[in-house]
Design a protein around this ligand. Sequence first.
Ligand code: PRX
Length: 656
Amino acid sequence: MSVIESVLNETRTFPPNGTFVKQANVSGMAAYQAMCTEAEKDYKNFWAKQANHYLLWHSPFSQVLDESDPPFYKWFNDGEINISYNCLDRHLSTQPDKTAIIFESDEGEITKATYRELHQSVCQFANALKAQNIKKGDRVVIYMPMRIEAVVAMQACARIGAIHSVVFGGFSAKSLHERITDAGAVTIITADEQVRGGKHHPLKATVDEAMSMGGANSVKSIVVYQRSGSNIPFNPDRDVWWHEITQLANIDCEPEWVNAEHPLFTLYTSGSTGKPKGVQHSSAGYLLGTMVSMQWVFDYKSSDIFWCTADVGWITGHSYVAYGPLAMGATQVIFEGVPTYPNASRFWEIIQKHKVTTFYTAPTAIRSLIKLGPDLPEKHDLSSLRLLGSVGEPINPEAWMWFYEKVGQSRCPIVDTWWQTETGSHMIAPLPGAFTLKPGSCSLPLPGIQAAIVDETGQDVEQGNGGFLVIKNPFPSQIRTLWKDPERFKKVYFPEEIDQGKYYLAGDSAYRDDDGYFWIMGRIDDVLNVSGHRLGTMEIESALVANPLVAEAAVVGKPHEIKGESVIAFVVLKGQLPQAEEASKIILELREWVAQEIGPIAKPEEIRFGENLPKTRSGKIMRRLLRTLAKDEEITQDISTLENPAILEQLKKSIK
Ligand code: PRX
């Protein structure tokens, strides 16, 4: 591992400004260090204190952490809680008329919901679900557009103790089917259509297609929210309208008190093998992680207008749309559309119009906005902003500088937050009133998080050297298991080789600089990060090989100006090597095929054909060579173990 070197040599630093420090929730480095020291001395007591401070317990916990069966850790296990109560009811006596959500539709229509109204909608929908016979522990798949109703659906599940599994609206019928059957869902909540960037996408029809693939016998009903009013197929024996079932429902719904460890949700994410993993989160520990990070990293103030642009189909939309901001009593913006519709000023207009103070988005969005209109932010009044955030992939220093200067007008700190679906909430991120910022570094771990860089045996590497990013201590918001697959959970995240399975292995490589700052270098497994979304190379390869024309396929990532990484596929067809015109046709067909099999985000940017793939004598595909070819670079690596060197010439050629 010591040979892993970073090519990044970024030396700019940005100390926090005095005005920000003065008002910060964690003010100055000494305050941060004091919290870290407290957590290091007794991390169980540290987390117990936070759990009692932030969460409202129906019945208190007596044991902080149960470590009797590692890595199946249990936090606050005998405490009873309800997450929807913690997000909504708690505000009814203090701020019922505060706006909880400012919703802006794709067309620009604005709807607001106060905490009282949101509470009522959630209770009504929770009662409607109960009337559909949905009970505690049942799984509910949510396949919805990014609207208030998506949050209502999630909160309603939490209220009755049902386990939601949100599937991103861009996933295909096949991906949806895989998730429905793996989860054993009893209900699917969807909409007639999704409207984004002026385009209509058929959600209900996609659910129907997934259902027609068979095996989803657990599904008893499909709840359909009417978004566009378009004509859709409707099966009265199985389908119900959202508005009809809620109309009849009572507005009071006593929360279902659940054990702190009761699964709040599962969320599927890509791993290095073909099948997506159902990441299972707890109730209390998960919510606690979202709340402390709102407080520490987003420096949350009750006067904030918080805007996280992530879709609820991803973990960011769970933690920093559906749960964290509500639990803190924030006013937040939810936006249905895309940053570039009807033009590249949409984000800046939203910030200006709703006076957004905290803006949390992804590097891929930042890069596309730079490309489409580098000067557009200056044409808007962005003076309400006080804090910016980035998530999903490393932010390149140039994009960081533009975000800082053009959007934040050199006034707003940027919190570059490193975390994952599996960690539930921020792990390594600046505390903006304490840390000096370095463009491209996610900085230092949050108090209570023992992040470190180790080698393949679990030994700490020397500062400055690259290695595996691990978290040494259990923490409340961490993944509990993989749905129905505890063995895979242990193997992937707590591998024996790394200090006998004691550490959580994140799957990223990283190094620390002289100040101890973390710099994320990339994944250590076969996972690509395309526009901040995780895609398993195996998943895409399996999809390609499922096409009748394809004999073999290998997928690698290639750096991409906007998406961060793009998908490049090397394909061996069953027939002859195709000539130019035919090849272009097959490329189109295969790209469409992958979109159908997984979703448009997984479409290969480029497909190259060869009579074979570069393999070692034992038949192993030499991916590092493919990565070099994908980048159109000369191969300088050792190819003496390569069985078929001539193949490299064929694969060099790219047909556009
Ligand atoms: O590789 C890291 C990258 O995204 C992965 C997690 O992806 P996902 O579970 O989809 O969650 C994304 C949103 C939390 C990580 O293993 N990643 C995420 N944030 C950053 C990052 N890489 C560098 N810097 C970040 N701030």
